[in-house]
Design a protein around this ligand. Structure first.
Ligand code: ADP
Length: 406
C-alpha cells in the first residue's frame, strides 16, 4: 500500500511516500521510499525543493514561488519523473494523509476527508488562522493533482480531545466555554507516537505506563499520558501557552498583555509578533532561538544566554511537576524533538529535581545521544527514554489503519 504523507506548514512543506504491506504494520519505523521538502524561508520569491529517495538519489532545485499549488505539483512530479522517480504513475498512490493542526472539539480521531470535513476544518481556521488554511490548500492541491485519491486528516489536537473539563476549561467567564475558548493542546501526533514507541522500546504494555512526554523543538509542549490517554498538556487554546520556547514566550501573566496594549502606539499585531517571534530563548538571550547557539554562548560566559537557559529549565521543571500531579506518579519521562533528542544538558537539567522520585539518568548514556533508547540507570525507579519523533510515520500508520483495516 502506497501512502503519501503531506505536512504543510506556513514556511515549509514536507512530503514523503511509504510503501507498506497491507497485512500488518512493521514494528520498526521504515524509511520512506521518497521524501521531499519545500522551503520558502531562505530566498524571497523562491521555493527550495530538495528530494531524496531510499535508494540514495538526491535532487535540489529552486522553484519560482509565486503559485503554491504549481510548486506542489512540481514537487510531486519528482515522484514519477527523473532520477528520484519511484512511481510509474500517480494512480499507484492508495491514500494521502495530511497533518491538520486544528480539529477543535469536532475530531478526536483521524478521518477520511469529504466536503463536510473540509468545511469543518475551514470553520476551525478561526482558531488556527496560520495553519488550517494552509492545510486546506494542501488538500485542494492534492485533489487537483492526484484526482480522487482518498485523503485522510490527522489532527494535532485529536490526542487531547478527551482532556477532562477541569484540565480543558479556562477559569474565565463560562461564556468562553460556549465560544469554544478552551484548551485544545497541540503536538498530539508526536506525543501519541512517542507514548506508543516508548512502550515498544521498553517492551511493556502501554496501558500500564504513566508517562510524561517532553516535546522540545522550536515549539515545546508536555503531555501527561496514562496508557493511551492524555490527561493534561501544556499548550492550550493556541500553541503559545505553557513552556518557554525558541521564540515563543509560553505562559506569561495576562496582565502584561493588558498593560502593553494600553501603551501608546501598541497594536495587537505587534504584540502577536513579540510573543510568537521575539520572545523565549531568542527574546531573553538576544542571540538566537536555537538551543545549540544558546548552549555555545553559555560556554563562552554570555550572561543573557545563561539566563535564557536557566529560565527555560526552570519552567520546564515546573511543568514536568504539573504533569506529575496530573498522573499521580511516573513510570517514564520521555524526551523528543530537536532539543529533547539532541541535548544532554537539557535532559540532565530537566531531570535533576526528580531524583527524589528515584529517577537516575545514566550520564554516559545521556551524553551518547542515543535515539529510541532508555538512558536511565538500571536502578532508576523511573525510566528515561529518548524517542526520535516521527510524525510522518505516525500519519502513515493512521492512514493504513483507516484504509487497510477499515
Ligand atoms: P520543530 O519544532 O520546528 O519541528 P525541531 O524538533 O526540529 O523543530 O527542533 C529544532 C530545534 O532543535 C532547533 O531550533 C535547535 O534549538 C534544537 N536542536 C537541534 N539539534 C540540537 C543539538 N544538538 N543540541 C541542542 N539543541 C538542538
Amino acid at each position: 500500500m502506497k501512502i503519501l504523507v503531506f505536512n504543510a506548514g506556513s514556511s515549509s512543506h514536507k512530503c514523503c511516500l511509504y510503501d507498506l504491506p497491507c497485512q500488518s504494520l512493521p514494528i520498526e519505523p521504515p524509511v520512506p521510499e521518497w521524501s521531499a521538502t519545500l522551503d520558502w524561508t531562505h530566498q524571497q520569491g523562491i521555493a527550495e525543493l530538495s528530494v531524496k529517495t531510499e535508494r540514495g538519489d538526491r535532487l535540489q532545485k529552486n522553484l519560482a514561488a509565486d503559485n503554491r499549488s504549481a510548486v506542489i505539483a512540481q514537487m510531486l512530479e519528482t515522484l514519477q519523473q527523473g532520477e528520484t522517480q519511484v512511481l510509474e504513475q500517480f494512480s499507484e498512490i492508495d491514500v494521502v494523509g495530511h497533518r491538520v493542526v486544528h480539529g477543535g472539539q469536532a475530531y478526536s480521531n483521524s478521518v477520511l476527508i469529504c466536503p463536510e470535513v473540509t468545511q469543518t476544518i475551514q470553520q476551525l481556521a478561526e482558531f488556527a488562522p496560520l495553519h488550517n488554511p494552509i492545510n486546506l490548500e494542501g488538500i485542494a492541491a492534492i485533489a487537483e493533482i492526484l484526482g480522487t485519491v482518498p485523503q485522510v486528516a490527522v489532527f494535532d489536537t485529536a490526542f487531547h480531545a478527551h482532556l477532562s473539563a477541569a484540565a480543558a476549561i479556562y477559569p474565565g467567564p463560562y461564556a468562553w466555554v460556549e465560544q469554544g475558548i478552551r484548551r485544545y493542546g497541540f503536538h498530539g501526533i508526536s506525543h501519541q507516537y512517542c507514548a506508543h514507541r516508548t512502550a515498544q522500546i521498553l517492551g511493556q504494555d502501554q496501558s500500564s505506563l504513566r508517562l510524561i512526554s517532553c516535546h522540545l523543538g522550536n515549539g515545546c509542549s508536555l503531555a501527561a499520558i496514562a496508557g493511551d490517554r492524555c490527561l493534561d498538556t501544556t499548550m492550550g487554546f493556541t500553541p503559545l501557552e505553557g513552556l518557554m520556547m525558541g521564540s515563543r514566550s509560553g505562559s506569561v501573566d495576562p496582565g502584561i498583555l493588558l498593560y502593553l496594549l494600553r501603551q501608546p502606539g501598541s497594536s495587537v499585531d505587534s504584540l502577536d509578533h513579540t510573543l510568537n517571534q521575539d520572545s523565549g530563548l531568542k527574546g531573553i538571550s538576544g542571540i538566537s532561538a536555537d538551543m545549540r547557539q544558546i548552549l555555545a554562548a553559555v560556554e563562552q560566559g554570555e550572561d543573557r544566554a545563561r539566563l535564557a537557559f536557566d529560565l527555560y529549565i526552570h519552567r520546564l521543571r515546573g511543568q514536568i511537576g504539573a504533569m506529575l500531579a496530573a498522573l499521580g506518579g511516573l513510570d517514564v519521562l520521555v524526551f523528543t524533538a530537536g532539543v529533547g533528542e539532541n541535548s544532554p544538558a537539557v535532559r540532565a537539567a530537566a531531570s535533576e529535581p526528580f531524583k527524589f522520585l528515584g529517577l537516575e539518568l545514566d550520564p554516559a548514556q545521556n551524553a551518547a545521544n542515543l535515539i529510541d533508547q532508555d538512558i536511565a540507570t538500571p536502578e532508576s525507579t523511573v525510566r528515561v527514554v529518548v524517542v526520535h519523533t516521527q510524525e510522518d510515520w505516525a500519519i502513515a500508520q493512521e492512514c493504513w489503519r483507516l484504509i487497510a483495516q477499515p
